[in-house]
Design a protein around this ligand. Structure first.
Ligand code: ZN
Length: 215
C-alpha cells in the first residue's frame, strides 16, 4: 500500500479529532502531504472514521488526481491542496467543527491571542474568512488569503482550519484553538479580557518554536 505510514497517521488523527470532541460522525478533515513524493493523503468524504481502515484514506496528487484509494476524497480537497501550494512550510492540515471556535466564526469575531499556550502555537490572532459555499469562486481564495502566513483560520459559519509543518503540530493547534476559544468565551463573561500585544505574541511564539522542549 502506497504511503502506508502516512495513511495510518491520517486515520489516527481523524479518530483523535473525534476523541478530543472536535468533530462528530463524519465531520472534519485530516490532510497530510508526503514531502518526498509531494502526494497528499486525505480523509474520504462523508464516512464515519471509526469504521475505516488506513487503506480507506485517499492518496491524491496536487492536481486532484486519485493515486490510490477507492472512496471519494474530502469534497474540499481543492482547498487543502491550495493551502499546501501557498504554504511550502505546511505538511499537515486539520479541519474541525469544534463548537467554541466555530461559535466565533458564527458571530464573525476574530479570536485574539489571550493565553500563553495560544501565543506559543499561533503567534497571531486567528482570522475569519467570510462564508462562501463550497461551489463559489471564493471558496478557495478567501481562506488561503485569511490564513496568510499564520497557522489557523476560521471558515465563516463553518469551523476552524489549523496547519503545521506536520500533522502532529496541526492537531496540537486544533486542540489549542478550541481550548483558547472556550477560555475566551468564559473570560468575556467574567470581566475585561487582557489580550497579548503583537510583540508579546511574537516573542512567545518564537521562544516556543525555537527554544522550548526536548532538543
Ligand atoms: Zn467542515
Amino acid at each position: 500500500m502506497i504511503l502506508e505510514g502516512l495513511r495510518v497517521e491520517v486515520l489516527a488523527s481523524a479518530n483523535a479529532l473525534r476523541d478530543y470532541g472536535l468533530v462528530w460522525m463524519a465531520g472534519g478533515t485530516i490532510c497530510a502531504r508526503d514531502p518526498e513524493t509531494g502526494y497528499v493523503v486525505v480523509t474520504p468524504s462523508g464516512l464515519d472514521y471509526a469504521l475505516l481502515s488506513a487503506e480507506d484514506m485517499i492518496v491524491v496528487d496536487m492536481d486532484l488526481n486519485i493515486i490510490s484509494g477507492k472512496y471519494r476524497p474530502s469534497v474540499a480537497t481543492n482547498l487543502w491542496t491550495a493551502i499546501l501550494r501557498a504554504r511550502p512550510d505546511v505538511n499537515g492540515i486539520v479541519h474541525s467543527h469544534s463548537p467554541y471556535a466555530t461559535a466565533f466564526s458564527v458571530v464573525d469575531m476574530t479570536i485574539p491571542i489571550i493565553t500563553e499556550t495560544q501565543a506559543d502555537w499561533f503567534g497571531q490572532p486567528i482570522k475569519i474568512a467570510p462564508y462562501t459555499h463550497i461551489e463559489d469562486d471564493h471558496f478557495i481564495t478567501a481562506p488561503v488569503e485569511a490564513l496568510g502566513d499564520g497557522f489557523g483560520v476560521m471558515l465563516g459559519q463553518h469551523g476552524p482550519i489549523t496547519v503545521g509543518e506536520n500533522l502532529h503540530h496541526a492537531m496540537e493547534r486544533a486542540v489549542t484553538l478550541e481550548e483558547a476559544a472556550k477560555t475566551y468565551f468564559i473570560a468575556r463573561g467574567i470581566g475585561e479580557v487582557k489580550v497579548f500585544t503583537p510583540a508579546q505574541a511574537k516573542a512567545s511564539f518564537e521562544y516556543y518554536q525555537n527554544r522550548y522542549g526536548q532538543r
